[in-house]
Write a protein that binds this ligand. Structure first.
Ligand code: F6R
Length: 244
């Protein structure tokens, strides 16, 4: 628990930079699982700063984003492709061919094949070294809404009403928020070697308490993280306020 999210984000960015550099020194790729939303933005800003001012290279980085709305055009204002470009990819030297984001333009009949291929690509890359996560007020990680089990894989899901309410301002009204999304599964996420979940602000305090101290249940999919051997939960004081 950090006094504020800025300090916490700098620490997480520093940890990611260390991992990228260690793997580069070994001549290996660094496979990052990336999240969008408000929680990781300062981490990405700090990584961009480290690239510009401290020589951090992303040449050996392979990335897999957690999720994307469906349907969603990549150049649309709310797309996670656009988000990742704006906050990170356009400002660092990552190879475009190393970037993977679920494709919100895949025709419905090809979604299952696309999702299976996404899983294969993660395996072919050697698995995810470090997965960044936020948490939704429903207890989702990625877009694994309540009801998502521990063995769920990359798939199309229906977004929870609460999640669509939280996204309403980004879409200028809840009626414009897509009803579905493509997301890595809980099982996909749990296979990452290391997981770093970030949550800021009092709005997350209740769900953070359930995630950390509650019983493991698919009603709060983030509780499955309790079973992972290497998870860090990084909070500001407000998000950690309800922990005992
Ligand atoms: C985003 C994602 C979501 C968000 C979560 C929290 O790629 O997978 O699980 O991390 O909805 O969103 P913010 O950070 O905006 O509060």
């Amino acid at each position: 628990i950090y006094s504020d999210s800025e300090l916490a984000s700098a620490a997480v960015a520093g940890q990611i930079a260390d991992l990228i550099r260690t793997r580069a020194a070994e001549g290996r790729t660094c496979v990052l699982g990336l999240a969008t939303g408000s929680s990781p933005t300062r981490v990405y800003e700090e990584l961009v700063r480290l690239h510009r001012e401290d020589g951090l290279s992303f040449q050996n980085v392979v990335s897999f984003n957690l999720d994307e709305y469906y349907p969603m055009a990549p150049d649309s204002l709310q797309s996670y492709v656009r988000f990742m470009r704006e906050y990170l990819f356009d400002h660092v030297d990552i190879r475009p061919e190393n970037v993977h984001i679920p494709d919100g333009t895949v025709p419905p009949e090809q979604v299952a094949d696309f999702c299976q291929r996404y899983e294969e690509q993660i395996r072919e890359a050697g698995g995810i070294d470090l997965q960044l996560l936020g948490i939704g007020r429903t207890g989702h990680i990625g877009f694994n809404e309540p009801g998502s089990g521990p063995t769920s894989r990359t798939r199309m899901i229906t977004l929870d009403h609460v999640t669509r309410t939280d996204a309403a301002s980004d879409f200028y009204g809840e009626e414009n928020v897509p009803r579905r999304a493509l997301t890595m599964g809980v099982g996909t996420i749990l296979e990452a070697r290391q997981i770093v979940l970030m949550a800021w602000g009092e709005g997350k305090a209740a769900v953070v308490k359930r995630m950390v101290e509650g019983e493991v249940t698919d009603t709060v999919p983030a509780t499955y993280l309790q079973r992972h051997p290497a998870v860090q939960v990084v909070l500001d004081e407000a998000a950690g306020a309800e922990l005992t």
